[in-house]
Design a protein around this ligand. Structure first.
Ligand code: NDP
Ligand SMILES: O=C1OC[C@@H](O)[C@H](O)[C@H]1O
Length: 405
């Protein structure tokens, strides 16, 4: 299937099934740019998902968004977000608010008994991240940090290749994800410190997540010696705590789950590059596509477009002079076949993620076999905090919201 056909089928899903009884009814907090690709579009092809309402600070904005995306209810005004959360016909909240508001509104949603699909990065601090998961646990609710890339078969296949031992132990990893200069305006949430902005928070959180996941260090926290170096370029002198770009070189233990105590030969060397304002090559070519490369004892693996593999990606395994390239758009592309796993080649990372989220809420085993656990979200935040400290920018502002349960 070609990239064009996948794009067409993404835009016009070949099946838009009738919603079943007991479908999960979502409410969206904010008429955010990411909400259509991450939720309303994937919901079209999911028989168990209904997007019931959207809330925006301005009611007219909410109504326009609702009309455009075929959402039956809109909330607005100063109480709009809370009204949406309190709607008894809503079971789950999608939270794509600015990072600095993730904690407050996730706590409020959980408090009201709603499951939460929470945009990345989970919050601005480790403490706030832990508190959200503690409340979810207490309330027996599902809370997922939306690291959508993890649910796509291309990334699942990459992890399977690494875990198979075919190439031996990982020696180093390099993860890159940037957005081109000018894509985000100066008033974008990404350049706002009070709202949890910064490149490491934005695209960098994927690279931090990916280097940890693919080296089997999902639960590993940083130690004093694990960040070898980190440099951040502030967005502007006025905006000196917001990084326009960050590069970091870190060490991860070569065995899963054992925190690194020093940068020994046994450590995996990882490099992370992110930017919200990456220069265009020759002024016209945006060299910003996400990519991850792992060097192992017996070869090398490259996955292009690891954050957005649906339209096109390339998973290349090189051993000495030989190389093979795999394309893994659905589980049917796995060498062993799909083995009862759901998915179509045109499904985006968000669609696979939605499948897993619904499975989890319904108490079913995930058909993607993937989940982003609480401890992974907490550890990711810890690495982000530690890299910012090393780069001299200090941590992000904790939320000022005080939750009373
Ligand atoms: N999973 C993914 O691929 C992506 C995830 N993201 C994540 O999603 C979140 C939103 O990103 P994005 O959609 O690009 O951002 P937008 O700026 O488009 O949306 C943010 C929403 O937050 C609301 N909001 C509430 N308070 C404020 C405030 N004080 N200032 C600005 N906005 C406010 C606005 O809602 P209202 O409509 O009420 O005015 C707005 O719609 C971030 O956490 C980001 O990291 C972003 C892009 C891709
Ligand atoms: O999560 C994201 O993915 C896509 C990027 O363009 C965006 O800046 C980031 O928020």
């Amino acid at each position: 299937m070609s990239a064009l056909l996948r794009l067409y089928q993404y835009l016009y899903p070949p099946s838009t099934p009738t919603k079943v009884d007991g479908a999960l009814r979502f409410g969206i907090l904010g008429a955010a740019t990411i909400a259509p690709p991450a939720l309303t579009q994937p919901a079209l092809s999911h028989p168990e998902v209904i997007v019931r309402a959207v809330a925006a600070r301005n009611l007219n904005k909410a109504k326009a968004f609702a009309l455009k995306h075929n959402i039956p209810h809109a909330y607005g005004g100063p109480d709009g977000y809370q009204d949406l959360i309190d709607d008894p016909e809503i079971d789950a909240i999608y939270n794509p608010l600015p990072n600095g508001l993730h904690y407050e509104w996730t706590m409020k949603a959980l408090s009201a008994g709603k499951h939460v699909l929470l945009e990345k990065p989970a919050a601005t601090t480790v403490t706030d991240t832990r508190a959200m998961f503690a409340l979810a646990k207490k309330k027996n609710l599902v809370l997922l940090e939306a690291f959508h890339y993890r649910f796509h078969p291309a990334n699942i296949r990459l992890k399977a290749i690494l875990d198979s031992g075919e190439l031996g132990a990982v020696k180093s990893v390099d993860a890159f994800f940037c957005t081109p200069k000018g894509i985000h305006g100066n008033d974008d949430i990404r350049f706002n410190y009070a709202l949890g902005g910064g490149a490491l928070m934005d695209t960098g959180c994927y690279s931090v997540s990916a280097v940890r996941h693919f080296t089997s260090n999902s639960h590993t926290h940083p130690t004093q010696s694990s960040i070898a170096s980190a440099q951040s370029a502030p967005a502007s002198p006025k905006n000196s705590k917001v990084d326009e770009s960050t590069t970091a070189h870190v060490f991860l233990p070569s065995t899963s789950g054992t925190p690194s105590t020093n940068n020994t030969d046994a450590s995996i060397s990882a490099s992370i590059t992110c930017s919200c304002s990456h220069p265009w090559k020759y002024g016209i070519i945006p060299l910003t596509m996400p990519r991850i490369t792992l060097e192992l004892e017996g070869g090398r693996v490259d996955l292009s477009a690891f954050v957005m593999p649906t339209l096109y990606h390339s998973l290349t395994v090189s051993k000495g002079k030989s190389a093979r390239t795999e394309k893994v758009y659905s589980f049917a592309d796995f060498p062993e076949g799909r083995e009862g796993r759901n998915g179509e080649a045109w499904w985006t990372t968000y669609r696979y993620q939605l499948e897993a989220f619904v499975d989890r809420v319904k108490g079913r085993e995930s058909s993607t076999g993937v989940w982003v656990e609480e401890e992974e979200s907490v550890a990711n935040m810890a690495w982000i905090e530690a890299i910012y400290e090393k780069a001299g920018l200090g941590g992000r502002l904790p939320s000022t919201y005080v939750h009373h349960e």
